[in-house]
Write a protein of this length. Structure first.
Length: 368
């Protein structure tokens, strides 16, 4: 049995037909930049996340840059970033001229809040990253920021690119304890487009208005030919918005399928191999990661059985990004995860039969 790590070929034909119809409708409507389709998706996403505002953008990294710009974070500012994340979290900070301060992660691969507490008085902003589908304790992080006794508050930008539909540990929606939440809508995400896309949410009207201006060349909302600030071209296009609007209808059921398949993984693999975020039953399971010091051997074995895997991520983003600045650092827990993590096939379109085949082969590998 051949099992891809992820494949659009697994998507149901009726869904692909809907995507085709969505794209055709946008073309026939004739509005290929902005327009009602983008607005409809933004309204739907704001409602889904219990947010006051949502702004569609070109991709997740652009979303992070826009969020930092909207908060006036730039040269002279320090931003706390977890070492274990996709590198875009770090490069966004560097791109606005701010200085990233690395924070190692805990056993779940999430920002270690005890370590963040030690450096909180030194930073102007923090980007907690909800890795693999599990969320940072945002209430605690918010309390740390509030208790830092600074003249200006520490601004909080959540990177929720791997946590579509996830909740805080108190059951509230993301954004309750932060200024802005940024989501990548890359095709393989829980909520994905058919190309690059992203969205930012906020409950702050002023930040919403700044994001609108910054993402559209810095143009005035009243006259697009008047430019108030240095802006960017970071807009979400209507074709992607149309597909996203359709996919959003199915996101709750897709997340449930991911959870059920992950539970099947855990039931079958517990006692066989170490599982990252095993106790995080609240995760929306963007990735299902196992940890082994024999990763390359397991990866090679599974490939021989026509099972695709991925590594999220083989190198520590914090170390890579600091190399760009000719700086050195070490993050022991993040480095351990980078050495040992392996992501197994998981999507809303995989089947229990496929996951059972993967677990049976891992058990055979472990018994050798």
């Amino acid at each position: 049995m051949m099992i891809n790590y992820f494949s659009f070929n697994y998507a149901p034909m009726e869904l692909r037909a809907r995507w085709s119809n969505d794209i055709t409708e946008v073309i026939e409507d004739g509005v290929l930049i902005g327009g009602k389709t983008v607005q409809q998706f933004e309204i739907a996403w704001a409602e889904f996340t219990d947010s006051s505002f949502a702004v569609g953008v070109s991709n997740g990294m652009d979303g992070l840059i826009l969020a930092l710009r909207a908060l006036d974070i730039g040269p002279g500012d320090f931003v706390a970033v977890p070492a274990h994340t996709f590198i875009a979290t770090w490069t966004a900070v560097i791109s606005v001229g701010a200085t990233p301060i690395g924070v190692d992660v805990d056993d779940d691969g999430l920002m270690d809040l005890e370590q963040f507490h030690l450096i909180a008085p030194k930073v102007q902003a923090v980007i907690p990253v909800h890795m693999h589908g599990s969320t940072v304790d945002m209430y605690l992080l918010h309390q740390i920021c509030m208790d830092a006794n600074l003249v200006a508050p520490i601004r909080i930008v959540e990177d929720a690119s791997q946590a579509h539909g996830a909740l805080n540990r108190d059951g509230s929606k993301l954004g309750k304890y932060s200024d802005l939440v940024v989501y990548s809508l890359y095709p393989t995400k829980n909520l994905g487009a058919l190309g690059d896309a992203g969205v930012i949410t906020t409950n702050n009207k002023e930040l919403h208005e700044k994001l609108r201006v910054l993402s559209n060349y810095g143009s005035s909302r009243e006259n697009k030919y008047i430019h108030e600030v240095l802006g960017y071209n970071n807009r979400l296009d209507p074709i992607q918005a149309a597909v996203l609007k359709t996919n959003l209808e199915m996101l709750p059921s897709w997340n449930m399928t991911r959870l059920q398949l992950s539970n099947h993984y855990m039931t079958e693999l517990s006692g066989t191999i170490e599982i990252l975020q095993k106790t995080r039953t609240d995760s929306v399971r963007h990735h299902f990661c196992v940890l082994t010091s024999e990763r390359e051997d397991l990866k090679k074995y599974l490939l021989s059985k026509e099972i695709g895997t991925e590594i999220h991520y083989p190198r520590v983003a914090g170390i890579e990004a600091l190399n760009f600045r000719n700086e050195k650092s070490n993050f022991p827990k993040s480095e351990d995860i980078a050495r040992r993590t392996l992501s197994l096939p998981l999507s809303q379109w995989h089947t229990f039969e496929q996951i059972s085949y993967v677990t049976s082969e891992i058990k055979k590998w472990a018994e050798r």
